[in-house]
Design a protein around this ligand. Structure first.
Ligand code: ZN
Length: 324
């Protein structure tokens, strides 16, 4: 008998990651194609098709592919479209699911990458058996997936749960979306870098940061500086956590989650980011919510959550259909 699996695809601005994933979350094979090399969508889908055909042929046993899950920027679960994604070459509204199903002839589902990450946590990570939780992905920006009563909150138009673009600071930093003061301009890998440069301008303290160029300032560098006791690094994490915690307190008032998971380079900073976030969230919570919501690093922190999440999206759909 052949093994059952699904394909999880994570579309990023530069690369698209592809994985074949079984129901337990084991990645049977991983592959990658260029996103940015394709100015139009059709040759991109054709390349995914070719790659999958070649890589599955190399497996030592037969695999039956049941469906495809896709995490994409501005992926719309309802319409199956990718809509006006700012960092993709394909402009406008792309009927992605329709094009994929025409090529592969198996069910395909799309959502945004943060929702996919939340589903990955729910099926294969720390949120197994948890009906209400929030997933925060801290990369270049801040993505979020809200899960209520065991389901992703998609909202009326499919785009619910964009915590990265709630106003965290009045007349604050310019955001890529065109607004000012969005949470992700402070709480993200890019946001904390901006905070460090702000602190360096405000403070006189000597710090190794004064000798590191902006482009080389990765979250891992900031974490190791905090470990060494650098006051600017520690202050930057405190400021970042303070804003994240205050905004999470608002989200708690909206959906009352049991847990909040953090993913991404900044989440790997562990206590440096988590402790100030918890402190600030608790200070801003309505008393009925206090001391019962956990903030944790994702259980998939060192795994390919994007591919696992995209796979979880289609597994969840197939499970639902099987249950009838
Ligand atoms: Zn914004």
């Amino acid at each position: 008998m052949s093994q059952e699996a699904v394909v999880g695809i994570d579309i990023g601005g530069t690369f698209t990651k592809i994985g074949l994933v079984d129901r337990s979350g084991k990645i049977l094979l991983e592959d990658e194609v260029s996103t940015s090399r394709h100015a139009t969508i059709d040759p991109f889908i054709e390349e995914i098709h070719q790659h999958l055909k070649q890589s599955t042929a190399k497996l030592d046993h037969e695999v039956k592919i049941l469906g495809i899950g896709v995490g994409a920027p501005n992926g719309n679960y309802y319409s199956g479209t990718i809509e006006h994604a700012p960092n993709l070459a394909w402009k406008g509204i792309i009927p992605f699911v329709e094009l994929m199903e025409r090529q592969f002839r198996i069910p395909t589902v799309v959502t945004n990458d943060a929702n996919a990450a939340a589903l990955g946590e729910m099926l294969f990570g720390g949120a197994q058996g948890i009906e209400n939780f929030i997933m925060i992905t801290l990369g270049t920006g801040l993505g979020s997936g809200l899960v209520v009563n065991g389901d992703i909150v998609y909202g009326n138009d499919g785009f619910a749960g964009e915590l990265g673009h709630v106003r965290a600071v009045d007349n604050g930093r310019q955001c890529g979306c065109g607004k000012r003061g969005c949470l992700e301009t402070y709480v993200s890998a890019t946001g904390i870098k901006r905070t460090i440069f702000e602190l360096l301008a405000e403070e006189m303290e000597d710090s190794e940061f004064r000798r590191i160029p902006f482009t080389e300032l990765m979250p891992s560098v900031i974490t190791s500086m905090a470990d060494k006791g650098d006051p600017i690094a520690i202050k930057a994490f405190e400021k970042t956590g303070a804003l994240l915690g205050r905004n999470l307190a608002d989200s708690v008032a909206h959906i009352s989650p049991a847990k909040i998971f953090l993913f991404g380079g900044l989440a790997k900073a562990g206590k440096w980011i988590i402790e100030p976030t918890i402190k600030s969230m608790e200070e801003n919570l309505l008393p009925i919510y206090r001391n019962k919501i956990q903030i944790l690093p994702s259980a998939l922190l060192y795994k390919n959550i994007a591919v696992l999440g995209a796979a979880a999206l289609i597994w969840k759909q197939l499970d639902k259909e099987r249950e009838g």
